[in-house]
Design a protein around this ligand. Structure first.
Ligand code: 7TS
Length: 432
């Protein structure tokens, strides 16, 4: 670390105070919302916690924590099995959560909602079930240049096994997909399209409706990775007309280890099971097994019961605040943060698409992002640094890593001010 003592730090408190005192137009009561999240009251290294790592995982509101506690205090039993009182209660709570999640993304039937461990498992399920059944040698699968590794590696593994080919939709320097190039990639060999809705490392919101429509013109099914979308904007799978949609519970204020695969019924019906075991069968003999109907066919073994229940409560919590209100507030916060960061000399924002969610990746001249993250941590500020499981994005921008501040609706302008002050401290230490 190169320390320097003769650097002048602009008086950022002075600079930022007028902005901080301005109310956002949306009139979002963020202080009231923060009351719902006990962890946000913590101090870290003696400083108030400023949590800006929401793309990695979000914090949990009290209603979710209490639902999990209630489950273990009053309802715990295995589901779909017992005739006894508690098993009935647990089953009702778990299946009730499935309905809440179905409503949340506007799927038409509960059986189109498959509980999985997270976005990663949702994609792996589709690859291993649909992909292994329908992808043939010479086929092509299209993904984009900004996919998370979880939407690259499973497809690569499938392509290797099947002798199929992965084609990549490129992006421009702002981090926007080149839709004309996508059109060029689509042809009669294309058998699947799998694209992220919101990039976790750039923040880009992709025009997935158009991407889906274009694939459907060729009769090609589309999976949308919504891991960074559902917590920021309203998602309606029927309006999108996607064939599959995945997201992770822990990124939408729910528990870890639970996520959702939505699939159109007619596709899920023709797909073979992903895993074998209890619950996914109707009958078993040593000669033959008859598989269960949807959604059980894809849910082998005892599920993450309290995870599903917690996720159901989380999506209801988010719906009550309203995704439109959340999106409007976060857009104002994003604008404020983008302007504040852009004023810092030597700082370059990576990901400057016109349509963005509240994710800010950046690099600072002369400072490795890891050093930045470590110093910010001493100020109580949590960001993520690294390649964010999107190494091809880093390669595209010619950088090894970024620092990333990712915002949720409980973040405030004061959080952004703290981040800016922290970055000036980093600059002071590094003399950059
Ligand atoms: N897809 C996207 C777009 C993601 O951002 C992530 C996780 C995943 C899939 C995988 O989700 P999981 O819950 O199954 O692991 N993204 C990040 C991130 O940006 N920082 O930590 C995890």
């Amino acid at each position: 670390m190169k320390a320097s003592s003769n650097i002048t730090i602009p008086n950022i408190t002075e600079q930022l105070t007028p902005r901080s005192s301005t109310q956002f137009r949306t009139g979002f009561d963020v202080e009231k919302i923060r009351e719902d999240f006990p962890i946000l009251k913590q101090r870290v290294h003696g400083k108030p916690l400023v949590y800006l790592d929401n793309a990695a995982t979000t914090q949990k509101p009290r209603v979710v924590i209490e639902a999990i506690q209630k489950y273990y205090t009053e309802e715990n039993a295995n589901v779909h099995r017992g005739v006894h009182f508690l098993s009935e209660k647990a089953t009702q709570a778990y299946e009730g959560a499935r309905s809440r999640i179905r409503r949340f993304i506007n799927a038409s039937k509960d059986k189109e909602i498959i509980f999985v461990r997270g976005a990663t498992e949702g994609i792996n399920l589709v690859v291993n079930s649909y992909g292994r059944k329908y992808i043939q040698p010479g086929d092509e699968i299209i993904i984009s240049a900004m996919e998370h590794h979880s939407n690259i590696v499973p497809w690569q593994m499938l392509c290797e096994e099947k002798g199929a080919k992965l084609r990549i939709i490129p992006m421009n320097d702002a981090g926007e997909l080149l839709i004309d190039e996508y059109e060029e990639l689509l042809n009669e060999r294309t058998k699947f399209v799998s694209v992220v809705q919101v990039s976790n490392s750039l923040g880009t919101v992709n025009p997935v409706r158009q991407i889906i429509q274009m694939a459907h013109n060729y009769g090609i099914p589309v999976l949308i990775d919504g891991a960074q979308a559902v917590q920021h904007m309203p998602v309606d799978v029927r309006d999108l007309d996607c064939d599959f949609y995945v997201f992770s519970g822990h990124k939408i204020f729910g528990p870890t280890g639970i996520g959702i695969l939505y699939g159109k019924e007619r596709l899920l019906e023709v797909m073979p099971p992903y895993q074998g075991g209890g619950d996914m069968i109707l009958s078993v003999t040593f000669e033959k097994t008859i598989y269960n109907t949807l959604p059980a066919k894809f849910e082998a073994g005892t599920p993450h019961i309290e995870g599903g229940i917690g996720l159901g409560v989380a999506v209801d919590y988010v719906s009550k605040i309203g995704l439109d209100a959340i999106a409007a507030y976060e857009q104002e916060l994003l604008k404020y943060a983008t302007e504040a960061l852009s004023e810092i000399e030597g700082l370059r924002i990576i990901g400057t698409a016109k349509e963005k969610a509240s994710v800010l990746s950046f690099v600072l001249e002369g400072v490795h992002p890891h050093d930045m993250g470590t110093i910010l941590d001493t100020e109580g500020i949590a960001i993520r640094t690294g390649h964010h499981c999107t190494q091809p994005v880093m390669q595209r921008f010619g950088i090894p890593a970024t620092a990333r501040a990712s915002l949720a609706f409980y973040n405030t302008k004061e959080d952004i001010d703290a981040l800016v002050r922290g970055i000036y401290k980093v600059k002071e230490i590094f003399g950059s």
